[in-house]
Design a protein around this ligand. Structure first.
Ligand SMILES: Cc1ncc(COP(=O)(O)O)c(C=O)c1O
Length: 444
């Protein structure tokens, strides 16, 4: 297929430098297993599960078949006042996989919608209990919760917030970032251990400042994924749970990246042994094939919202999307979750994560400009010293170079991340790591 088989005049690309892209188009036309085919016929290995989505690899027949069957059976039905069988069945499967009493699933279509949904549940839940004054949210620096105004407000990636400041939610504060370059620059398949108690700040400064009785929820990613795979200090999430419990504050885990296998467990919550009050998911739930997101809520949230004096014809929670619980997305989710289970892919992700982490540390440590390496679960990051005055350029150049050599890796600031499908094999890890190493040397 040649460049001129499509025009590039009308598609405005998301989170992409469009001017550079037009000069150097990177367009996929097919995918299978671990690989894409580009418009000009090249093979590219998917080193990032197509942005943390494609856990089971590309073009999986059981998922494709389930989608086709669903299209021929019930293509779509509105989600309001009526529903469809697949939405109930998919919710059952998801709730059964979730830890503790995370049992009630609100469906949406993306991680951004999941973020906003969870913030709205928090406000509505507190209000239903007569604590409507709890309306402050606490996110974390460098957190990513998508691009809706709620998610952006609790998010903490400066470039994503910079232009929209005036429209962000007003009652939001942020925890400190979980990065300790002095003592924990190199994290090799383990949890970092910090000297300092980073959550003292929450207890001693942030909560007293706002008064804990005004705080609705704390929202964090168990592992800061989009920022560049930054791992929480050992014990951090447990302690965060304790602090939230002490003050009646809801704890929301954004597991859009860590959910459904990335850590070698069902959820990051399982990996860290902490049950949040809400758990946001998207991406791997459908293997990326059809958009779907959602929020799994603890029973107490649902129960409090149903305990209303309002007559039965009144909606309890004024929120939802036209495509919440879309039958085709739900069919895709069920086939995906079944495939993960049948092929034992979460366990495989945990095992291959160790191989990937070993390869990162043995290959990149000591290479030019490398100032940190972090691996845990099936993802690893190598952090590079930025070029003075051009933050992000070194990693972006390396990303481009890798692409041209046939490997899709993820630049995040001056970090490069590999987070492959769970079906990855040792040879693929060698290809990805060696390609990245060549490019790091080239741009030294
Ligand atoms: C933790 C987290 N939350 C939310 C989102 C936003 O998801 P979406 O792009 O599907 O809206 C992402 C996307 O990468 C994410 O990593």
């Amino acid at each position: 297929m040649a460049y001129n088989d499509f025009s590039m005049d009308h598609h405005w690309l998301p989170f992409t430098p469009n001017r550079q892209f037009r000069k150097d188009p990177r367009v996929f036309v097919a995918a299978d297993g671990m690989h894409f085919t580009t418009h000009d016929g090249k093979k590219v290995i998917d080193g990032i599960s197509s942005l943390w989505c494609v856990g089971a690899g590309h073009n999986r027949k059981p998922i494709n078949e389930a989608i086709k069957k669903q299209l021929d059976t019930l293509d779509y039905a509105t989600a309001f006042q009526v529903s469809n069988d697949k939405a109930f069945q998919a919710a059952d499967m998801i709730a059964a996989m979730a830890p503790g009493d995370l049992n009630k699933v609100l469906f949406c279509n993306s991680g951004s919608e999941a973020a906003d949904t969870s913030l709205k549940v928090a406000l509505a839940y507190h209000r239903a209990r007569g604590e409507g004054h709890r309306n402050i949210f606490i996110g974390r620096e460098k957190g990513y919760h998508g691009v809706g105004f709620g998610g952006m407000s609790v998010g903490g990636i400066p470039a994503n917030r910079k232009v929209y400041g005036g429209a962000l939610l007003p009652r939001v504060d942020h925890l400190r970032f979980i990065h300790d370059p002095a003592n924990n620059a190199y994290i090799h398949n383990r949890e970092p251990v910090w000297q300092e108690d980073i959550l003292l700040e929450l207890e001693n400064r942030i909560l007293p400042l706002h008064d804990p009785s005004n705080v609705a929820a704390v929202v964090v990613e168990p592992v800061a994924g989009s920022a560049g795979w930054y791992l929480p200090p050992q014990g951090y999430l447990k302690r965060l749970r304790e602090i939230c419990d002490k003050h009646g504050i809801l704890l929301i885990f954004d597991e859009v990246i860590t959910g459904f296998g990335r850590m070698g467990t069902n959820f990051g919550a399982d990996f860290y042994g902490v049950v949040p009050d809400m758990l946001n998911f998207a991406k791997c739930v459908t293997n990326g094939v059809i958009p779907m997101g959602g929020v799994i809520c603890r029973d107490k949230l649902y129960d409090a919202m149903m305990k209303t004096e309002a007559p039965e014809h009144v909606i309890e929670f004024f929120h939802g999307y036209t495509y919440s619980g879309h039958p085709v997305a739900c069919a895709a989710a069920m086939a995906t979750l079944q495939l993960y289970k049948q092929e034992n892919l979460f366990q495989r992700a945990g095992e291959m994560g160790k191989v990937l982490g070993d390869a990162f540390h043995s290959t990149f440590k000591g290479m030019p400009n490398v100032i940190g390496i972090r691996s845990l679960g099936l993802a690893a990051a190598v952090e590079l010293a930025p070029i003075a005055g051009s933050p992000g350029k070194r990693a972006y150049d390396i990303f481009l170079d890798c692409f041209h050599k046939g490997a899709l890796v993820r630049p995040a600031g001056d970090v490069l991340v590999i987070a492959p499908p769970y079906i990855i094999e040792n040879g693929h890890i060698d290809t990805l790591v060696n390609t990245l190493a060549d490019s790091i040397r080239k741009f030294a």
